[in-house]
Every structure is written in structure tokens, then in C-alpha cells.
Design a protein. Structure first.
Length: 62
């Protein structure tokens, strides 16, 4: 079972990464509003997952 080195102050990285993902993926031009919102939600989830990977990789890199 992997051990996660996760602290409460690591959450400060999640919100900016989720917003960046939502803005990056939400900027793709699409025809419908539903598709745009779906892309923004998917971008936010991907951004948060990238932030989680960065937080977990930092102890390995140091």
C-alpha cells in the first residue's frame, strides 16, 4: 500500500491548479454551453490531479 505524504497546507496548490485547468480546457471553442461547462469541469479535475501528482512527487525530487 503506498504511503501518501499529504498535509493540509498542500491544499493551497489545488485551487490554482484546478482554476488553471478549467481556464485552459474551457478556452476550447465549442458550439454548445453544455459542452463548454463539461470541458471546464474536466479541466478542473485534471488540474487537481496534476496538483496531486506534483505534491506527491516533491518528496521524491528533494
Amino acid at each position: 500500500m503506498p504511503v501518501f505524504h499529504f498535509n493540509l497546507y498542500d491544499l493551497t496548490l489545488f485551487l490554482p491548479m484546478a482554476v488553471a485547468g478549467a481556464l485552459l480546457v474551457g478556452g476550447i471553442p465549442v458550439a454548445t454551453r453544455t459542452t463548454r461547462y463539461s470541458l471546464r469541469a474536466a479541466g478542473a479535475v485534471v488540474g487537481a490531479l496534476v496538483a496531486f501528482l506534483v505534491v506527491e512527487a516533491l518528496p521524491v525530487l528533494v
